[in-house]
Design a protein around this ligand. Structure first.
Ligand code: TRP
Length: 460
């Protein structure tokens, strides 16, 4: 019975990424997004700078990288949506591993709810940089510009819908054409633009202080909360813990080297985050912004660095434009999880699956979009809905999902299956890498996630 439904759910021919480089770039396209440019700087600013960066690096390499490799190997072994993959690969149909996929769908919804809102701000800044002068080195002025946008309930909703419709259109073009083609050209451009902005930021008078904040750790700032947030950021950054990478892995080619490609994704992603941090913190210390300004940090500081650049108006337009593309690539991967599932599970056409999903996202998302205006007073658990969705996904759902993924790959899946995926059926001779991976994914990653989660609950 279970087997039969598995067969029914898998269409005879699945689409996939066209080339190996395409798979790398599309995976990078999921990882790179607002997480690098918006979330990484604001969380680093709020949680003590370099000490937080150290925690984040530990989380990335001891948990993020192994869990990401795990997801991709599961995806490529299963070649289906998350739920079907977990059903197919679990040793017995009675073990509910498919719940990872179900929880992942919930995460995708909640992440999209606030992500589309922030992406909406980015889109709004793209347009505003054309229609008005948003550049200023005065913290009061840039803050005012930002607040005017987010506290307007109509604008917030409008921009969120623009974002959702764009994502829907890209997804209906299908995996290879839509996702791969959009991302391939834009990531290199984003890199170059960040480098240009960094050069300007590094020549500001506060650059030394900014860099010290980002790179000179003060270990007294390490706390249980900072550890949890760093771990959550590692999950969010790499798009792991909810099945996005299982879905993307299912499109990877059989001869792609999983460990080395994944490592390249992780390193490039880290580079983008650091470049964004280097663009922002010198500005913070030069013009007297608050490093712990929270979710608005990106939007209030960047207009100041561009105000100090020749053609600043043009550059800030390009910057937000490229950021909007990066955010779109990331959102596409989130929605793709839901669409692949609805498409294969409920046998909806891709088109129908996409637009039903987008409609539901608009509903849930509107509650986040209104959380700075009409719903500002509604604060369950002391958080606005926007903050709540953000917190629950990064700091609870993704780490718990990642914990089970690591346990599944380390302890439940047959080691031969792991080895077959990581060596491409024995054609790659990377036995040391495989051994190291198995050790980390069995003992280190799950233990670290568990300790950090329990620690944040005050167990120790
Ligand atoms: N990684 C993306 C970013 O940093 C966000 C993202 C895309 C994501 N897909 C995901 C986060 C899946 C968690 C899970 O912006």
């Amino acid at each position: 019975m279970a087997n039969e439904s598995v067969h029914n759910q898998t269409p005879a021919k699945r689409s996939g990424f066209a080339t190996a480089l395409g798979a790398l770039i599309a995976t990078l396209g999921s990882a790179i997004g607002l997480g690098n440019i918006w979330k990484f700087p604001y969380l680093t600013g709020e949680n003590g700078g370099a000490a937080f960066l150290v925690l984040y690096l530990l989380a990335t390499f001891l948990v993020g990288l192994p869990v990401m490799i795990s997801e991709i190997l599961l995806g490529r072994a299963g070649r289906a949506n998350v739920v079907t993959t977990m059903r197919k690969l679990s040793p017995s149909p009675r073990q509910p591993w498919w719940l990872i996929g179900a929880a992942g769908a919930l995460s995708a919804f909640l992440i999209m709810a606030f992500y589309t809102e922030v992406a909406g701000w980015v889109f709004a800044y793209v347009v505003r940089s054309l229609t008005s002068n948003i550049l200023s080195t005065d913290p009061q002025v840039t803050l005012q510009t930002f607040n005017a946008l987010v506290s307007d309930p109509f604008q917030s909703l409008l921009w969120q819908w623009v974002v959702l419709i764009l994502v829907g259109v890209i997804i209906t073009f299908g995996v290879a054409k839509g996702i791969e083609a959009t991302t391939k050209r834009l990531i290199p451009l984003l890199f170059i633009l960040l480098l240009i902005v960094d050069v300007r930021a590094l020549t500001l008078p506060g650059a030394g202080e900014g860099l010290a904040f980002l790179f000179q750790p003060d270990f007294s700032k390490i706390s249980a909360t900072a550890a949890l947030i760093a771990l959550g950021l590692a999950f969010f950054k790499l798009s792991i813990g909810m099945g996005a990478m299982i879905t993307y892995g299912s499109y990877w080619k059989d001869d792609q080297n999983i460990p080395s490609t994944t490592l390249r994704v992780v390193l490039s992603d880290l580079a983008v985050s650091l470049l964004a941090g280097i663009a922002i913190f010198p500005v913070v210390f030069t013009y007297g912004f608050e490093p712990a300004a929270g979710t608005k940090l990106l939007f209030i500081t960047l207009p100041a660095v561009f105000a100090q650049m020749p053609l600043g108006n043009v550059f800030i337009f390009l910057f937000f434009l490229l950021t909007s593309f990066a955010a779109t690539g990331a959102m596409v991967s989130l929605v793709e999880v839901l669409v692949a599932f609805a498409n294969e599970q409920f046998r909806l056409s891709r088109k129908a699956a996409t637009w039903i999903t987008v409609g539901l996202l608009a509903l849930v998302g509107s509650t986040a979009a209104q959380s700075n205006s009409t719903l500002a007073g509604f604060t369950p658990f002391g958080k606005t809905l926007f903050d709540l969705y953000d917190f629950v996904t990064s700091n609870v759902l993704l780490p718990v999902g990642g914990l089970f993924i690591a346990i599944f790959v380390g302890w439940v899946l047959k080691p031969e299956q792991v080895i077959a995926q990581l060596t491409n059926g024995g054609t790659l001779s990377n036995h040391r890498v495989v051994k190291m991976f198995l050790f980390v994914v069995r003992y280190i990653s799950p233990l670290l996630v568990l300790v950090v989660l329990l620690d944040s609950l005050g167990v120790f």
